[in-house]
Ligand binder design. Sequence first.
Ligand SMILES: Nc1ncnc2c1ncn2[C@@H]1O[C@H](COP(=O)(O)OP(=O)(O)OP(=O)(O)O)[C@@H](O)[C@H]1O
Length: 226
Amino acid sequence: MTVAIEARNVEFSFGTTPALRGASIAVDSGEILAVMGPSGSGKSTLLHCLAGILVPDSGEILFDGARIDSMTEAERSGLRRDRFGFVFQFGQLVPELTAVENVALPLLFSGVRRTEALRKAHGWFDRLGMDGMQQRRSGELSGGQAQRVAIARGLVAEPQVLFADEPTGALDSLTGEQVMDLLVAAAREQGTTVVLVTHEPRVAAYADREVIVRDGRVNAPDRIAS
Ligand SMILES: Nc1ncnc2c1ncn2[C@@H]1O[C@H](COP(=O)(O)OP(=O)(O)OP(=O)(O)O)[C@@H](O)[C@H]1O
């Protein structure tokens, strides 16, 4: 197995508040990893460091074998644009744009022509179960529909790694399961590596592997002897 993305002994503090204290994790290419752990343990901070949004105070982040913590901001933002996809708790769709324009955004940012980007984005709506809703704006979508659109946006440019921070956090459990079914099926089809932060065991159950962040470090889950 090739490692897609890795944190080695990462430390990060917000001012005097330590958030990561020697966190290490390696995610295999194509693997779906669930990052669990108590509130405030450092899960989101770890995701932001892996995604090149935050730069660790010490330690290393490797993507495809290359150090990204020592890259320039411009290089890291290029990686985020071209190689990574993102889904957050609240889809963060652009309210002024239609659903299909929202899905097309990462392609447009990567320089794909508008007609081609919109054509590709259109192709997602059937599998979203949302054919006919392409022209709606986010205020005209349910929470689950908006989050499905956000997942299509996260995957449309076929990123190598999808970072999902509590993607079902604002949804009821049935809607959350529909969103996870979509996320996992589409990621598997594209061979996308997924780093999924969640506090819900039902959501983590979709992953290939679970780790727990406690006090800024990553542990394998405690196994219950049977
Ligand atoms: N922008 C910030 N400024 C200051 N401290 C922060 C900031 N973001 C996070 N922290 C602190 O860093 C620590 C780790 O936070 P983080 O958000 O990574 O935890 P988390 O495990 O994702 O929590 P949750 O499950 O509640 O989202 C916490 O002590 C938190 O209070």
